[in-house]
Design a protein. Structure first.
Ligand code: MN
Length: 130
């Protein structure tokens, strides 16, 4: 039996409170510890400080795009190993390309499908049994 303190840590960057709560509840129910970040401007610094096992990154953030935050993380030698799952309301093909080019491992469209959200999270980081 693993202690909760050994649970994998997922950092969620999301400015929408309802989505943040949804992601938080889903991750918690599946044995992950979450770190909530509501603003893209501090996201990169917090990723550097926390070094989580996975980052879930909303693309539409105030002040700074999630794409720019992903690029910063993926060009940082100490952080680029951290998998990033982007979440976007965009459905345009051009935007899909931009998101992939930024270097994230995978992405999901909003409204998210809960089963594929969890499946993708598990693909990049397996939770410890709780
Ligand atoms: Mn947003």
């Amino acid at each position: 039996m693993k202690k909760k303190s050994e649970a994998k840590r997922v950092l969620v960057v999301e400015d929408n409170e309802l989505n943040l709560k949804l992601f938080n509840d889903l991750l918690d129910a599946h044995g992950y510890k979450t770190i909530e970040v509501r603003d893209g401007r501090n996201a990169y610094d917090i990723v550097g400080k926390e070094v989580p096992d996975l980052v879930i990154m909303d693309i539409q953030l105030p002040y700074i795009s999630g794409i720019d935050v992903i690029k910063k993380i993926k060009t940082d030698k100490k952080l680029k190993h951290i998998p990033i799952l982007a979440v976007t309301a965009y459905a345009m093909k051009d935007d899909e390309e931009k998101i992939k080019e930024a270097g994230c491992e995978d992405y999901l469209s909003k409204p998210i499908d809960i089963a594929s959200f969890i499946e993708k999270v598990k693909r990049y980081v397996q939770a410890e049994s709780v």
